[in-house]
Ligand binder design. Structure first.
Ligand code: RAM
Length: 524
């Protein structure tokens, strides 16, 4: 289950001070906004809702001025949409002078389920410390409090745990100071003739905005850090929306700034107390350094960055190629060597082969610009890997690519080998047509994998089908009440979580914000 965990404290890292200081010079300013709580709500069980809960309005925060709030009581405030920021409130005593501290508890929810279902029932394998809650003891009243941690929520449940028999509490001035590095003045609002696509675009943009902090975070609730697979997609959406290309540049320098001894970039970085590269290395994520750099250079023509970071990109390609066997196919293994999708039984070999070819082609674009001698080398590698994919992975009878020793047929294998451009255009169109008519049992579990499916459809000219799929999948989340797009979404398994509980899933997740990219780039 815990395929994401690899304990490996032995890894030796190298730091490039020039890259790290360049990244440090690009730390963005955070914009702050004061967002007051808009209403009071109750969470009500409702089997017709995707996660089993809806919220009913039950008053306004202004009404709290006349309400005494005593031990055992709780309220839920609703900010009206998904926010990332710092929570504040004013709390005063009502009754006799306060003869004991006041103990309040706060629970923050991106969705109604998080404020409705007790965290004590949580049994997932990711740390329960991600569940957003805080206990506060106030010795002196009245108090104006700002909680120190950054939270991510639409709803906040406030419980009075304890006061004393002689006094209760009165709450007022409940607001969030939201933070983001996204600058709204750069954003062009889209008034889309198709209302649902317009809504999907807006939700995508808010998702990106709330993930844009000092780096492109994967999710402001969890993991709150820089993952390369997420960065690549956020950067693509950013070029079509906020255009804050320096933030992409900063993130690229960060990854290049701390690498493994042999030059491999980590799959993700921690920002504090200093830049720390995680000891999880994934072949596909490392290769996405090449793709993200190529996309950034195509968007900016920034020659300094190109020259600085090209050697890091070359190293990722060299290291990935070391895993290729004599038959021209990536070596498969049981450990967590590539990500591709959150899927228990997905074999990674064929989809990773697709990622490798895809990224070598991105490297080829860069080599054309800055390193001609590498072009022939890349041509040769790409040709070898493509031929091997056709010879070793293609099953003519089944009409699909197969992966691993068990010859697994998965959506991911087809999507990635199509995106890699393996085979003629007509052949790839046939693969995608087969995928649509006979979807393999090993399907797609995340908006991340769905992004690549949509991209593959567009690559073979199936644009209207891509629009249909965007409306069905991301539109499904909008119709289920999403303010921002979720990390995981499977309409058939509403509680699906690779971590063992939907409570720990992130509901504003960077890799889910890509419809805005498709809609704006292709004028869908
Ligand atoms: C999840 C992260 C991130 C993703 C990795 C592989 O835990 O939230 O989005 O890139 O897994």
């Amino acid at each position: 289950m815990s395929q994401g965990i690899q304990k490996n404290s032995e890894v030796i890292f190298q730091r490039n001070t020039h890259f790290l200081s360049t990244a440090a010079s690009l730390v963005p300013a955070l914009q702050q906004h004061r967002c007051p709580a808009l209403s009071l709500v109750n969470a009500v069980p409702d089997a017709s809702q995707i996660h089993g809960w809806r919220t009913d309005s039950c008053g306004t925060p202004a009404g709290l001025a006349n309400r005494e709030f005593g031990p055992g009581e709780e309220i839920v405030v609703d900010f009206g949409t998904h926010c990332v920021g710092y929570f504040s409130l004013r709390c005063e005593a009502a009754g006799s002078p306060p003869d004991a501290p006041a103990h309040l508890q706060f629970i923050f929810g991106e969705t109604p389920a998080e404020i409705a279902e007790p965290f004590s029932d949580y049994e997932g394998w990711l740390s329960s410390s991600w569940l957003q809650q805080e206990d506060l003891y106030l010795d002196v009243l009245p108090a104006h409090v700002r909680l120190p941690r950054r939270y991510c929520c639409r709803y906040v449940k406030i419980k009075a745990i304890s006061t004393s028999a002689k006094f209760s509490l009165r709450l007022s001035d409940i607001y969030l100071t939201t933070v983001t590095s996204a600058d709204p003045s750069a954003l062009e609002n889209l008034s889309h003739p198709d209302a649902l696509l317009g809504q999907i675009d807006q939700v995508s943009v808010l998702t990106l905005r709330n993930c844009m902090q000092e780096v492109f975070e994967d999710g402001p609730k969890r993991d709150r850090r820089l993952w390369l697979g997420d960065l690549r997609l956020q950067a693509l959406v950013n070029y079509q929306t906020y255009g804050q290309n320096d933030l992409v540049r900063r993130c690229l320098y960060l990854f290049a700034g701390v690498t493994r001894e042999d030059g491999m970039v980590s799959s993700n970085l921690f920002m504090k107390p200093e830049i720390i590269a995680d000891d999880t290395f994934l072949l596909d994520y490392a290769l996405f350094f090449v793709a993200t750099l190529a996309d950034y250079i195509a968007a900016t023509d920034d020659l300094t960055t190109q020259n600085d970071l090209w050697p890091t990109a070359v190293r990722q390609m060299e290291l990935a190629l070391e895993r290729v066997g004599e038959n021209g196919i990536l070596h498969d293994s049981e450990d967590w060597w590539a990500f591709i999708d959150w899927h228990e039984s997905l074999n990674k070999q064929a989809p990773a082969q697709g990622v490798l070819i895809y990224c070598l082609k991105k490297g080829w674009e860069l080599a054309q610009r800055c390193d001609h001698p590498r072009v022939a080398w890349l041509d040769q590698q790409i040709g070898r890997l493509e031929a091997a994919a056709r010879n070793e992975l293609w099953d003519e009878e089944k009409g699909f690519f197969v992966s691993g020793a068990q010859a697994q047929i998965s959506c991911a294998s087809q999507v990635w080998l199509v995106l890699a451009g393996v085979g003629e255009e007509e052949f790839r169109a046939r693969v995608m047509a087969n995928l649509l008519t006979t979807p393999p049992e090993t399907g797609m579990n995340t908006p991340y994998m769905m992004h690549h499916f949509i991209d593959a459809l567009i690559s073979v000219g199936q644009t209207s089908r891509a629009v249909q799929e965007i409306k069905k999948y991301w539109g499904g989340m909008v119709q289920a009440g999403a303010d921002t797009f979720w990390e995981l979404y499977d309409p058939k398994r509403p509680d699906f979580s690779p971590y063992g509980s939907k409570l720990i899933n992130s509901y504003c997740h960077a890799w889910s914000c890509t419809p805005a990219y498709f809609i704006r780039k292709y004028g869908l």
